[in-house]
Design a protein around this ligand. Structure first.
Ligand code: DC
Length: 257
């Protein structure tokens, strides 16, 4: 079964052992959101799923959305789409001003496919090049502000959704009724990603994950962090089905299922 921290154990109604996640991999603090736009969308129907790369959140979020018949949004794909567009246009991802303008101007549709300015970039946004460039794009406060605005607009239009990312429960939808923070051991996460990335070796993937974890967790704006009221789930030794079941229980308790 998934491993939960104590208050959440009761909340989920599960009798599973307690295990704390190492603090170096998951900083637990509230996020200063003063420089991000204030919420203007009711988030009562949002299931927020956050966590680092390889924690299993995409698989779980997709499955939960399918079971509940709710729309699903992968916000990581949005940051990847901005990085992809910068690279395609020959813009240096470090050039904060130009990248911010590009994020504001680009047409972006994230669904089963990812369409950037009408072009299908579903495959390209997962390339090692985009994966290397995306963290620096995600540091950019103006890019974050624009993508947060689009994420809230998406939820507003859909009325409900399972939304996954790094800051969904802390910044984008701080009053979401279900917040899950998924994690797994560094080795397990690297192992999972190596299986997905056929052209990369374990050591390379592990180093890339460690680098992105560090950048994502230490950036000043909306870092990867556990919301104080999130249910922390360690998926190292769990099956997808177990974690999905747990999230469905939380959704039922919150009246979303
Ligand atoms: O989930 P992913 O690996 O596809 O995300 C790609 C990058 O985007 C990741 O390095 C962190 C960033 N990201 C973010 O900063 N905030 C989000 N809500 C989602 C992703």
């Amino acid at each position: 079964m998934p491993q939960l921290t104590p208050p959440e154990m009761n909340q989920a109604g599960n009798n599973v052992p307690t295990r704390n996640v190492p603090s170096h991999s998951v900083p637990s603090h509230s996020v200063p959101s003063h420089s991000l736009p204030t919420r203007n969308v009711p988030s009562h129907n949002v299931i927020a799923i956050d966590g680092p790369a390889g924690s299993g959140k995409s698989t779980v979020a997709r499955a939960v959305a399918a079971k509940l018949g709710m729309p699903y949004l992968d916000t990581g794909a949005m940051y990847r789409a901005v990085a992809f567009t910068a690279m395609r246009r020959g813009v240096d991802p470090d050039d904060a001003e130009v990248v911010a303008r590009l994020a504001a101007d680009m047409q972006l549709e994230v669904d089963e496919r990812v369409l950037v300015d009408g072009v299908d970039a579903t495959i390209e946004i997962r390339s090692p090049e985009v994966t290397r460039a995306v963290s620096v794009v995600a540091i950019n406060p103006a890019v974050r502000k624009e993508l947060v605005r689009r994420q809230r607009e998406w939820a507003d239009a859909k009325g409900s959704g399972v939304i996954e990312g790094r800051d969904i429960g802390t910044v984008v939808f701080p009053d979401a009724p279900v917040k899950v923070f998924m994690t797994a051991s560094d080795e397990e996460r690297a192992q999972r990603r190596t299986q997905e990335m056929l052209d990369m070796h374990y050591d390379e993937v592990a180093a890339d994950i460690a680098r992105r974890d560090h950048i994502d967790s230490t950036r000043p704006y909306a870092p990867l962090a556990v919301a104080p009221d999130a249910v922390l789930v360690d998926t190292t030794s769990s099956t997808v089905e177990e974690v999905v079941e747990l999230v469905l229980q939380l959704a039922t308790k919150a009246g979303l299922a």
